[in-house]
Write a protein that binds this ligand. Structure first.
Ligand SMILES: *Cc1c(COP(=O)(O)O)cnc(C)c1O
Length: 450
């Protein structure tokens, strides 16, 4: 008599629910993205099942929903910058004034005279808007706006110095961060880089000795994110302007006027940050800077200077490839008008910079009162964005005992709050927090406590 074959063990993978069953129970994202999460969770469950683990439908749905929630948090969204870094490149640099955004919305939700002369009814130039106004605001003859300052430098070098020499001090062959290296930009623009002077000292005579008929430009790069101290010497724009070739200044931060008249004077923390107006007044032929650093506008690169040099930049084929779009131009026009109108103090970057310590302490006290264990601390905010290393802006914030600091920071991030660790405490600097976000900050801190 034959014994019956043993029943084959039930395939453990049969307990894994179908992607459709899981997908039907997910929320929070478009179906295409939820389907990806459902599929990934089902795949992971199948792998677990083959190793013998028990898999329930509820667990697979929970895993898929957790994946969807993580995916939703990756979407571009508003966060609370509690780092105290005003121009934080990873957090989108300068917040844009809501009025500038409203102006951009009004211009761009319909048609506009972006490249159209309303008076003559003929084709116009997009450069006559924000570019012209920003030039006026810093005392330059002419100006254009491109995608960002890296593009502005690339375009200006390509348009004004292709196949010719550009003199740069050895102390200014810097990397600004994010891959912007002066020698590489130079190579991309097909300019010959002529290094002059030494790392710590470069004098006018060094430039003069290197100046020949092949010299197209003398370039001065704002050292931005680092500062040399000690036995140093750099040649001011005023002296470079007497060499002959046009001087190009990469001013980086876009501080329009180093006297900051919109703040009623120059704050200590701006120390020796060079102003665009002063570079122009000192004889620079071309000055480039970012729109979203200390200018306080949208991402953009601004080229201002002598009319013939700016026109050469505008006429170069690369200008078409790096041109700014109408949203940027409309928002930047509003920012330029604020400067021309003496209202720049109302731009978020300058409002944050100008907040007094007592005002920040009062807000910190209100936040700390809502968070058990939190204390008010004195902090140091910084400008950031490659401007002014070494100088801090006295500020105030809220500190939480760190516990497991990395875990606490991670919990804060899930609530969209970016804080920092300082002396074994979690610190939220209020200078960079919009007062409207104080409640959100308090709620997040209370929830993140260990
Ligand atoms: C920030 C900076 C740049 C790069 O500007 P983007 O607007 O980020 O392209 C270039 N040069 C200097 C000196 C800077 O500070």
């Amino acid at each position: 008599m034959r014994t019956p074959a043993p029943e084959p063990a039930a395939d453990p993978r049969r307990s894994v629910p179908s992607v459709d069953r899981v997908l039907a129970r997910l929320t929070g994202l478009p179906p295409a993205l939820l389907a990806d999460c459902a599929r990934d969770a089902v795949d992971a469950a199948r792998d677990r099942a083959t190793t013998g683990a028990t898999v329930t439908e509820a667990a697979v749905v929970a895993d898929a929903q957790a994946r969807a929630d993580r995916r939703a948090r990756q979407l571009l969204q508003r966060v609370v910058n509690a780092t105290g870094v005003l121009v934080h490149t990873n957090l989108g640099r300068a917040p844009i004034d809501p009025e500038s955004v409203a102006a951009a919305a009004s211009v761009t939700t319909g048609y506009s005279n972006l490249e159209y002369e309303l008076e003559s009814g003929t084709r116009g130039s997009r450069h006559v808007h924000a570019g012209t106004l920003l030039a006026r605001a810093c005392g330059a003859e002419s100006g254009i706006v491109v995608n960002n300052n890296a593009a502005a430098v690339l375009l200006a070098l390509g348009a004004l110095a292709r196949d010719r020499d550009v003199l740069v001090s050895r102390g200014e062959l810097v990397e600004i961060g994010g891959g912007f290296r002066v020698p590489e930009i130079m190579a991309e623009s097909h300019c010959r880089l002529i290094e002059v002077g030494t790392t710590n000292r470069t004098r006018r005579a060094d430039y003069a000795a290197a100046c020949t008929d092949a010299t197209a430009l003398v370039l001065k790069v704002h050292a931005s994110n680092y500062r040399m101290v000690g036995f140093t010497e750099a040649t001011p724009v005023q002296e470079l302007a007497t060499l002959g070739p046009p001087v190009m200044v990469d001013a980086g931060s876009g501080l329009l006027d180093e006297q900051t008249p919109w703040l009623g004077g120059r704050p200590d923390w701006l120390f020796d940050e060079p102003g665009v107006r002063q570079a122009v007044a000192s004889g620079a032929g071309i000055v480039t800077f970012s729109g979203d650093k200390l200018l306080g506008g949208p991402q953009a690169g601004v080229i201002v200077g002598r009319a013939n040099l700016v026109a050469a930049c505008a006429a170069h084929p690369l200008a078409r490839a790096v041109r700014a779009d109408k949203m940027t131009l409309a928002a930047l026009q509003h920012v330029a008008l604020a400067y021309l109108d003496g209202r720049a103090a109302s731009l978020p970057i300058w409002r944050m910079a100008a907040r007094t310590v007592p005002e920040l302490r009062a807000r910190a006290e209100a936040v700390a009162a809502a968070v058990p264990g939190a204390t008010v601390v004195a902090t140091d905010a910084v400008a950031g964005g490659g401007s002014l290393p070494g100088l801090t802006i006295p500020s105030a914030g809220v500190a939480l005992p760190a516990g497991d600091a990395d875990a606490t920071l991670a919990r804060l991030r899930t609530q969209g709050v970016i804080a920092r660790i300082d002396h074994d405490a979690i610190v939220c600097d209020l200078r960079t927090v919009d007062p409207d976000d104080d409640d959100r900050l308090a709620t997040a801190l209370a929830a993140a406590r260990t």
